[in-house]
Ligand binder design. Structure first.
Ligand code: FES
Ligand code: FES
Length: 550
């Protein structure tokens, strides 16, 4: 079959139908697209309707979500000009041999290696290519291959297990029967939003608004001044908006607040930290309709609580009388969406002290942050200090409660002489979930988790491990640099400081399930994990403690 796709908009000039065309083979079919300088990813998603390659950072080439095969090699499609694949074979996850695709999807589902599923199609394409190239693949090969990818949800352990399972040449013994409805209920508890679990998620079908929008929808992108640029295509809208591509700078991550003077036993300063969800904010709406949720199959760690895309989609659809799809690029997300508020705390052995929290111009109230902090440290004085910086949100995952829990656990450990690697910390979350966490000298993490009736052990473990990795990232490596005016200077997805698969420690989860109320294990791990990691590091006063180690 030969499929000819042309852009329909008469403007800008780059979208004229006189553009030369490129012909290549896509998942076994010959296709031809107009080449006006677009990337392979733009051609695949917007012109050819292939939604399994995802756009997590285009055209940064840093998240791996858009990975496809060109001939038989894994390539990130967002930095591949479509003209470079002229006459070649392009394979997406949709075009993978069905038996191979099923094997990978089942391996990811069986191990809990796909939560939101946004990163998974790209990872599968990378690992499947590796398996074809090497008759024997070891864990080092997999970790190296995963350097090209980011996953925010899972913490990599389950991805390594999925790879091991999928590469296994002998028959995998059948799993015990699994109730995927119960699994989804556990995922919903952990992610604080409705979720589904199954091979369809691993195959990229988590229901992302960017994938479900009608093909003929107008596309709106931020104009950089609080408004939106609307065009017939994503490439056209971005061209008109003058999209600024993210870059890496040498600006160091700083600490906007000083600790209040005082005779403190413990001090801690944190910085602006990105929630780090991988699927950029997106929505779409028909005129007079209800806007599609930007959450899809995950809660974005609270980072999309007040995403502007739904209101914009609704308003623009009414204004234009057509369906409008609203899309933020990675640079928009990093530059304008909320961060965890930085803080600076000084606390004495009696739990009294001063905690300063940063509020930036344009950010909302931090009452929820302060309230969460006071649940754990009722005796501290809280000072809100206005500083230049990106928006902050006190409602991001565990914000305020995590910092207070870490301080309280560290005070307790210092009193008992229990500071250093391997020291256990037990934490009970606000909902009643309990974790005992320890971080060994070699970085290995052990978690004993009690979160009520399990519902599905694979999912519970996956979320606990993912929460541990995120929480350890807050302590060790994460933060975004800002300039003196408070603008985020590093707009790339790698600049968050999320640790890559190669550097991820082993995480062992030992379930202690008690049949009590079903609560999120991840919430408790979000407090116990960083407390144990900070103790292991010796309680240095500034997070991140090992920025260079990412
Ligand atoms: S979208 Fe291509 S690497 Fe991120
Ligand atoms: S499952 Fe990897 S980013 Fe969500």
């Amino acid at each position: 079959m030969r499929l000819l796709v042309q852009l329909t908009s008469p403007s800008p000039a780059s979208e004229t139908p006189t553009a030369p065309s490129v012909t290549f083979t896509l998942d076994g079919e010959t296709v031809e697209v107009a080449d006006d300088g677009i990337s392979l990813l733009e051609a695949l998603r917007d012109l050819l309707g292939k939604k399994t390659p995802k756009d997590g950072c285009s055209p940064q080439g840093q998240c791996g979500c858009c990975t496809v095969w060109v001939d038989d090699a894994a390539r990130v499609a967002c930095v591949t000009p479509v003209r470079r694949v002229a006459g070649r074979r392009v394979t997406t996850l949709d075009g993978l041999d069905p038996a191979e695709r099923r094997r990978w999807a089942e391996a990811f589902t069986a191990t809990g290696a796909s939560q939101c599923g946004f990163c998974t199609p790209g990872i599968i394409m990378r690992l499947a290519a590796l398996g074809r190239r090497k008759p024997v693949v070891d864990e080092g090969d997999v970790r190296t291959a995963l350097l090209a990818h980011l996953c925010r949800c899972t913490g990599w352990c389950s991805v390594l297990e999925a790879a091991r399972r999928a590469y296994q040449t002998t028959a995998v013994p059948p799993d015990a029967p699994r109730d995927l409805v119960a699994a989804a209920r556990r995922a919903g508890i952990e992610g604080a939003t409705d979720q589904s679990v199954g091979p369809h998620v691993a195959l990229g079908g988590g229901g992302f608004a960017e994938d479900t929008a009608p093909a003929d929808a107008l596309v709106a992108v931020p104009d950089g001044h609080g408004g939106w640029v609307v065009a017939e295509s994503l490439a056209g809208a971005r061209a008109r908006a003058g999209k600024v591509q993210g870059r890496n700078s040498t600006v160091a991550v700083g600490h906007p607040l000083a600790v209040a003077p005082g005779p403190w036993d413990l001090e801690l300063r944190t910085t602006f930290t990105e929630p780090g969800y991988l699927e950029p904010d997106a929505s779409w709406c028909e005129p007079g309709g209800t806007a599609a949720s930007p959450l899809a199959n995950g809660g974005a760690f609270g980072g999309k609580r007040a995403s502007p895309v739904t209101d914009a989609a609704r308003r623009l659809a009414d204004e234009y009388g057509r369906c409008v799809r609203v899309v933020m690029a990675r640079e928009d997300v990093v530059g304008t969406r909320p961060k965890r508020p930085p803080m600076a705390a000084g606390v004495g052995h009696d739990g009294r002290g001063v905690v300063r929290v940063a509020r930036t111009p344009g950010s909302g109230t931090l009452d929820d942050w302060v309230g969460a902090l006071r649940q754990v440290l009722p005796e501290v004085t809280v000072e809100e200090v206005v500083v230049p910086g990106p928006p902050v949100d006190g409602g991001l995952r565990g914000a305020g409660w995590v910092e207070a829990t870490v301080l309280a656990a560290a005070l307790d450990a210092r009193r008992g002489g229990r500071v250093g690697p391997g020291q256990e910390v037990t934490v009970v979350s606000r909902q009643g979930g309990r974790v005992t966490a320890a971080v060994a000298a070699d970085g290995a993490v052990t978690l004993r988790v009690a979160a009520g009736t399990v519902l599905d052990e694979v999912v519970l473990r996956s979320y606990a491990v993912g929460a541990a990795h995120q929480a350890l990232g807050w302590v060790r490596s994460e933060g975004v640099a800002v300039d003196p005016d408070g603008a985020v200077v590093d707009l790339t997805i790698r600049s968050f400081g999320t640790r890559r698969a190669r550097y991820r420690p082993t995480v062992v989860v030992v379930g202690v399930f008690d049949g009590g109320p079903r609560v999120a294990a991840a919430a408790a791990v979000g407090g116990g994990g960083p407390a144990a990691a900070w103790l292991a590091a010796g309680l240095p006063p500034d997070w991140p403690v090992d920025r260079g180690g990412r």
